[in-house]
Design a protein around this ligand. Sequence first.
Ligand code: GLY
Length: 380
Amino acid sequence: MTQAKPAPSGALQTVHVALGARAYDIVIGRGALAEAGSRIAQLAPGGKAAIVTDARVGALYGQRLADDLSRAGLRPTLVSVPPGEGSKSFPRLIEVCDAILAARIERGDLVVALGGGVIGDLAGFAAAITRRGLRFVQIPTTLLAQVDSSVGGKTGINSAHGKNLVGAFHQPSLVIADTALLDSLSEREFRAGYAEVVKYGLIDDPAFFAWCETNAEAIFGPGPARDHAVAVSCRAKAAVVARDEREDGDRALLNLGHTFAHALERATGYDGSRLVHGEAVAIGMALAFRFSAMQGLCPQEDAARVGVHLASLGLPTRLQDVPGGIGTAETLVEAMAQDKKVKRGELTFILARGIGRSFIARGVAAADVRDFLVGELAGA
Ligand code: GLY
């Protein structure tokens, strides 16, 4: 459930991810980056650090972070890849691993992922496999990365067969989420991350969803509401990850909207100009609620309320909202069959009995999903 009121402006909050020997803290708030040097140096005093970033984020914060790490007694090296989903690829992974080795990063040293979800996933996976495992720190610079991908240890790259199909569970040693970095995000990128914030309310926290409905405007601005939204999201994710680190059970709830979303991303060729991940998740969550309503599981009003809230912020909620179209119901169902959330040919979805009442639905008939999508495409 939603805890506490928004912290006063300027106060950093810490969320602990309780994973025994692999436990770590998430430090959240405006100005958290200013403490990155000293906090990271405590993990490897006098050691080396490879800062993996992309050209855009690196130009904004790369040198500043490198200088902070140097002042804290670390020896940093900057490693940059092009921005965009295309960097979650085997060629870029090889480049990053080689750059880490060329910087002579050893087992006691660190990899620091400075960027959005692409960088966190790529750098985290490089850290997982280079020298059979290096410790790494996440400094997420997008809302989506701060509330989802930087927490929980899922790392990886994409394959021609689908998204995130090659990877490893590798927990970070520390996450630093400076919410002031979100000031420079485009409105579109912020909105896309906001879909993942709303997700936590839809999974099991109806009070948080209601709070989001009332406070969305404030969350989009710089201030305590934004920090609160990030902290509640991280707390919710930390609790799920602590219960089920490797997605044997409950963690699958975090995939609400994602079976539809991954199929949509695949159908658009991962073309971020048409559809970014968070937008696909917004459509996916709206579809999951409408599908649940159609199956008689969830009140129609709840499904409508989800769609209305997401759309009120400019997020897409219908298949027709994807520019350029997304093909047929059959191709979407086929794309779902390739997703990791498929076991022995059966589709697994996260469906809902209402807002904040999501559950794992195994063995969903592909024919029901196809019929539903046919109706959606016809504008039903
Ligand atoms: N993004 C879903 C998870 O981390 O499990």
